[in-house]
Design a protein around this ligand. Sequence first.
Ligand SMILES: [Zn+2]
Length: 156
Amino acid sequence: MPRRRNQPHDVFKVIDMCGGDRTKCWPFKGELNDKGLPYFQVAGKKHVVYRLVYVLVRDDIPDSAVLRHTCDNGADPGRRRGWVCCNPWHLEPGTHEQNMQDMRDRDRHGMPAHVVRAIRKLGEQGRKQEDIAELYGISRQAVGDIINGVTHEHVD
Ligand SMILES: [Zn+2]
């Protein structure tokens, strides 16, 4: 018997909808690709999971628009976090420039001071930056910048 092909609404099987609670983040349960994006295949075509969910639940996405996460759990290429929010109510269409600015803002403000201190401490103890990066799911560059005070210089 041929394997049944995915239908668009099957995408809801790969996310945790939290009982449909719009206020909560709905994590993608599968594995992210190397760009940190959640993909789902429908009829041989790959879709970004949260874009598909947005179209199914809310509206078409204008051609030139990207979807911006209004929560802090969007896809983030250098970060490879374990999951990405796919709640369509946490998404707004915007321009690519706005999206890049969102990411920069999150990088600047997104890390709690106690994490910054912990990373610096591990650095002082001689732990490899690669290991620290792995531990916190951020890039080695980001770890180096924190340890050298290039970023988060306000945290003492
Ligand atoms: Zn969210």
